[in-house]
Design a protein around this ligand. Sequence first.
Ligand code: ATP
Ligand code: MG
Length: 565
Amino acid sequence: MTEKERVVDSSNFIRNIIEEDISSNKNDGKVVTRFPPEPNGYLHIGHAKSICLNFGLAQRYNGKCHLRFDDTNPETEKVEYIEAIKEDVKWLGFDWGDNLFYASDYFDKLYELAIDLIKQGKAYVCSLEADQIRETRGTLTEPGIESPYRYRSVEENLELFERMRQGEFPEGSHVLRAKIDMASPNMNMRDPVIYRIKKVSHHRTGDKWCIYPMYDYTHCISDALEGITHSICTLEFEDHRPLYDWVLEQVDLGCHPQQIEFARLNLSYTVMSKRKLLRLVEGGYVSGWDDPRMPTIAGIRRRGYTPEAIRDFCERIGVAKNNSIVDIALLEHCVREDLNQKAPRVMGVLEPLKVVIENYPEGQVEMVEALNNPNDPDSGTRMVPFSREIYIERDDFMEDPPKKFHRMSPGKEVRLRYAYIVECTKVVKDEQTGEILEVHCTYDPETRGGAAPDGRKVRGTIHWVSAADCIDAEVRLYNNLFTKENPDEVEDEEGTFLDNINPESLVVLKGCKLEKSLLEAEIGKAYQFERQGYFCKDKDSTEERTVFNRIVPLKDSWAKIASNK
Ligand code: ATP
Ligand code: MG
């Protein structure tokens, strides 16, 4: 193992567990993991951590990773979500091959095993109401109270469970509970419900069932049926592990996966729970699950983030046992690092100010050569039209600048990137408002390409686009979706996280002027607008209308945070 790998390993304790298992030939040295989403919403960046972890481990140890839909709650699940989840996992760069499963595929088997549990005297039909079950569960300091139905005979339980399945009883009238220990210090072991009546159709099994198994009962059995070796989940399931193990010990499927818990990813300035993301969508606070401000994979993809950047991010945050909040600036840093290598450079003016070059011939168009990517010697050059009228960024001009301002101002020379050195000679203003309407310049024809033959110093270089040859575009700038680092902090049942939505999370600029080469830009493909940041064309673009998203600005706040640490 190289030094670098050893360092990486220390940030992922699960690899250490798996390597020990391989060297002791546990599970015949095999590694089978799974990613088990519930299809009740779109995947988010937290899921990406779990996907990278589970698929990554399978790749690393020549194993397999299953994609399994945990579809035991038909009311909240949709086929739309199943399709979106598959697309997102593929886009992240992972392949489940033939290993696509659904917990609902096991409904028959799960039912059969439940009957076995009843026959063993380890499960019973409880006819308390939901409230009563909750009230008799006890507390952390007090044991629970046994249900009056706990000692029903096996025959009665079998008959009632069968009648539950036949649809004879209304929802909530009976449940099947595991018979474990109402005095257990672990609340999950106090006769947990394992089946409940739900008279709803399932997106895969239709109306075949009106009883559905609970997550804790289903998950471990699904894992065992698929021969999972390491069942990796988030920390909140740590207290469920004894139940996971208990169920598998009773049903004995000849396979007992090891549950391992890790800390879920939390990101600053956003929320991650699907329930909350759904509220943002349904409340119209965002334009949909793929709104580029959303932490969903679909949103991030539309925003222009790359799978490489997300995988890099997941690697860097590591896998630990303690919960923490990761700074969203780190995610943006990973995006910049990736795009800096790949994104072609172009010029785009977001807040345009017209510049007229008085001594440049009217009607003349000259093509100047521009580098596509200084970081990539193979990326070559392109020709960009230059003419008498151009646009520059409004804040690259100051009529009365402070000393250190090295951009355009009256009487000072500035370089137009790839073109000429120009000098501002006149400012045209609106007489009423004083607003600057346009700026006039002269250019030095001897400075083509931007270098002065006499070697005179020109400090500033600014970007521009030709007024006659450019695209008019709408550019959408995105900022954090929430103003609070932890928007959940004030959470109560009223859902006040919505009060922390950042009113400036989306800023729309109209009338931006972009280099003409962007006409052919593919949707989602990242470009660096020189001196501005990374941008990509949005799917809202039409023949008549060009829309770009800002992926990230150039300025890297993570570099600053990291250097202060
Ligand atoms: P949410 O809280 O967003 O609704 P969930 O846990 O209910 O998430 P599932 O669809 O059950 O969503 O999650 C699938 C897998 O992804 C699970 O193994 C879960 O542990 C993991 N996962 C979910 N959220 C995160 C997260 N923030 N960080 C890491 N893993 C996560
Ligand atoms: Mg879940």
